[in-house]
Design a protein around this ligand. Structure first.
Ligand code: NAD
Length: 292
């Protein structure tokens, strides 16, 4: 068996086109241009690349991109003051603070200062709590993108066994919350789990969000599993995921490649969340972007 390659790149392009069309309609019918403010502190090269892609794709979707590129030695107080200004700015509907922040900054305090209505990354405690308790939330972009790919491929997830490897606040935990809300039976595995291959073998769905190149091999998988590879690992052979694609593809039913799987979905979902935030702030009916 050779698994179907889930094409996140094309799916993301379709989602971006939907967002662009919906943004055009909002500008035309309501005189409001959705705006995303991106805050980058310091010179981290990977972060600069991500921020550049986010800005470009925001503009390509017909929305405003507002950039704040701050020096590495920016103080906590100055950063909080900027967040306060962006919270109060009517042209800004989404605020994204690129992580990681420099070590002298208290990232949790900065993130939680973001107005919950503008928290398009869904990282504030309030949005995380809403997601965990099944209330309408702004959902973190990477797990949201994973869910869209899973639903597109599998339809109803009710009763399926899902194994999420990784328990971070930005991927693993919200991913598990979304799968639980979709009525899957969810196991969260992590660095202290015992006999990880045995746990992973339970999964009809496996989501790998660890940051270890090629860790999940085909012999860890249940035949016919659907595998979502969130990992982005820079190696001598280029970017690779947490899943060893070739061996996994012999056993899985479907698998997301790296690159071209989850990655492009993350930014497309950020644009979708910005549009959604704009609609909610202005009491405009939300277009159906397939994110609900
Ligand atoms: P993180 O470092 O915050 O969390 C990693 C998780 O993996 C932890 O919960 C840890 O318990 C678990 N883990 C570590 N070693 C393990 C092991 N040996 N066995 C089982 N579990 C183990 O990372 P993160 O922010 O959640 O990101 C995970 C990966 O996803 C990274 O490669 C990151 O670059 C990538 N990522 C990709 C996107 C995207 O858009 N595609 C977005 C965010 C993160």
């Amino acid at each position: 068996m050779t698994a179907l390659r889930i094409d996140g790149k094309s799916f993301a392009a379709r989602l971006r086109a939907l967002v662009k069309e919906a943004a055009g309609a909002i500008i035309r019918d309501h005189g409001v241009t959705p705006g995303l403010a991106v805050v980058l502190v310091g010179e981290d090269p990977a972060s600069k690349v991500y921020v550049g892609s986010k800005q470009r794709q925001t503009r390509e979707a017909g929305m405003n991109s507002i950039e704040h590129l701050l020096p590495d030695d920016t103080s906590q107080d100055d950063l909080l003051a900027l967040i306060d200004r962006l919270n109060a700015d009517p042209a800004v509907h989404g605020i994204l603070v690129q992580l990681p922040l420099p070590a002298h900054i208290d990232a949790a305090e900065v993130i939680n200062r973001i107005d919950v209505a503008k928290d398009v990354d869904g990282f504030t405690i309030l949005n995380a709590g809403r997601l965990a308790t099944g209330q309408r939330a702004m959902v973190p972009c990477t797990p949201l993108g994973c869910m869209m790919l899973l639903r597109d491929h599998l339809g109803d997830l009710a009763g399926l066994e899902a194994v999420v490897i990784g328990r971070s606040n930005i991927v693993g935990k919200p991913m598990a919350a979304l799968l639980t809300a979709a009525n899957a039976t969810v196991t969260i595995a992590h660095s202290r789990s015992r006999d990880l291959p045995e746990i992973v073998r339970r999964g009809d769905i496996v989501v790998a969000a660890v940051g270890r190149a090629g860790m999940v091999t085909g012999d860890w998988l249940k035949p016919g599993a659907v595998v979502v590879d969130v990992g982005i690992n820079r190696t001598d052979e280029g970017l690779v995921g947490d899943v060893d694609y070739d061996s996994a593809a012999q056993v899985a039913q479907a698998i997301t490649p790296v690159p071209g799987g989850v990655g492009p979905m993350t930014i497309a979902c950020l644009l979708a969340n910005t549009l959604t935030a704009c609609c909610r702030i202005h009491d405009i009916p939300e277009p159906d972007l397939g994110t609900a």
